[in-house]
Design a protein around this ligand. Sequence first.
Ligand code: GLV
Length: 309
Amino acid sequence: MGILIISPGRDLKRWTDALQAEDPSVPLLFPDQVQNPDKITFALAWDHPSGIFRNYPNLRCISSFGAGVDHLINDADIPPHIRFVRIIDPLLSNDMFEFTLAVVMKYLRKLSLYCRYQGKSTWKKHAYLRMADVCIGVMGTGVIGNHVATGLKKAGFRVCGWGRGPGRKTAYKRYHGRTQLRDFLSSSNILVNLLPLTSKTLGIINSNLLTSLPHGAYLVNLGRGAHVVEEDLIRAIDSGHVSGAHLDVFDPEPLPGHHPFWTHPGIDISPHVASLTDPGSVAPQVMENYYRNMQNKPLMNMVSRELEY
Ligand code: GLV
């Protein structure tokens, strides 16, 4: 009984406060506080030490701290009967939209360049792009991707999206499946990656994909670092075919200090901050899944272990 919390290196105070405020009667336990591992049936986890869940023989459900579940899917030690749930939260989706908008506007108005000029006291003007000059392609049209694409469209951009299957009707043109990927890419002057990381999407941003983008296209990676084949991206930027990239996610994280991305003039970096789960906003759904798991009821925001997201 209680929620086992595992997220090494994270300050968990806001999480424990939010969960306690939601239901003070539910014990919150860190691994070193668990006296009877047999009693643990529900865990909340991020970047857990591989193999740790073997210590809890009656575990039945693991909730991710965020939208992504690749850290759970990739742990072959977690038995198949354990159900995974993820966070779906309007605040998380909207923060992603706001970040995407900021990065796209920064690109159109060349703001990174002016930040660099400031460091050298350089006064130099450049022509800029307007919203009407570009079409933004959002790769991954799940809950977050769809919210981002719809928001960009409402903001006045031309937008298209790409997802796995035909899906629902959208406010923007949506392509699907491998057969329509090329058409989607050839329309995307700015490619925003919001795909989940799965065995099918690992390394999807490779030279094949990058050369299918229009000349001068810009990449915004907000999915996972392992979506990108790093040498292919650097080659595409150095050749001029891709004009640059904003990268928020890396493999591994933190990005090692000697990595060439840090100093590449065409690459802007942020430290995986595009959208951070807000503990107060998501504590109700974590607690609700804890109750449902106790009562063997269907869970909210279940992950398909077959689809890997
Ligand atoms: C963050 O990357 C998340 O998956 O929520």
